[in-house]
Design a protein around this ligand. Structure first.
Ligand code: UDP
Length: 236
């Protein structure tokens, strides 16, 4: 394998990342561009598990006045729509993939089976983990942390709209300062917007580094994998 810092990764894509400029739904040009970047990793021999969010379609907390559990199940279904879109974009480039869902929908995708997921990864298939953890009150960030622990990933690549972690919102404050490195505990103590606290704690307890970087800059996923200094690295 060409010099890569990480051999097995979880790539976390928020639903927003797939929405592109529209902020809603799926922009297939954006999905294609992400797929091209993922293909570069696969071509290098990196094993890629992808966790997709659903916020471009539905988030549990959008369901004001609704039963929270029902709203969360709607969010989990939204992640499945995104997973199939990503699968389609990857396969159109000749990348072999499997979607595994945390809620069984066997006509559409495989159920999540850890050993099977590992085998797919070893064979060079991208495994897209859909339907979150399968439980309400969780997020797809927590799913990324959980799947990373389960498949023994070297890192979570957390692709965001912003190019790292800042002490305050860089869209609102000109003097916002970007962190190059942080510990999980600092993220929790400072209340920084990296992942939610459940996901961050899971990463801290299991020693999983998180590399937060901007997805808008083309080529960033590859840079991240080669260990170039981009974004913010959160580790213990
Ligand atoms: N969700 C859930 N359990 C999970 C993962 C996700 O209930 O394990 C629901 C939750 O309602 C969440 C929605 O699915 O708001 C979409 O996921 P998320 O908000 O994490 O997506 P992202 O913000 O990454 O697009």
């Amino acid at each position: 394998m060409e010099s890569c810092k990480y051999n097995r990764v979880i790539l976390k894509l928020s639903g927003e990342a797939l929405a592109g400029e529209n902020g809603f739904g799926i922009d297939f040009n954006v999905a294609k561009r992400i797929a091209q970047e993922v293909k570069q990793l696969v071509d290098l021999g990196v094993e890629v598990g992808a966790v997709v969010g659903g916020g471009n379609i539905w988030r549990g907390r959008s369901g004001e006045g609704m039963d929270r559990t029902t709203a969360d199940y709607m969010g989990m279904l939204a992640t499945c729509i995104n997973a199939l879109a990503l699968q389609d974009s990857l396969e159109s480039l000749g990348v072999k993939t499997r979607v595994q869902t945390a809620i069984e929908m066997k006509e559409i995708a495989e159920p999540f089976i850890r050993r099977r997921a590992m085998r797919h990864l070893e064979k060079g298939r991208v495994v897209i983990f859909a339907a979150g953890t399968g439980n309400p009150y969780f997020s797809t960030d927590t799913t990324a942390a959980l799947r990373a622990a389960e498949i023994e990933a070297d890192v979570i690549l957390l692709a965001k709209k912003v190019d790292g972690v800042y002490d305050k919102d860089p869209h609102k404050f000109d003097d916002a300062k970007k962190f190059d490195t942080l510990t999980h505990l600092e993220v929790l103590e400072k209340g920084l917007q990296v992942m939610d606290s459940t996901a961050t704690s899971l990463c801290m307890d299991n020693n999983i580094p998180i590399l937060v970087f901007g997805l808008d800059e083309p080529g960033n996923i590859l840079r991240a994998i080669k260990g170039e200094k981009i974004g913010t690295l959160v580790s213990s």
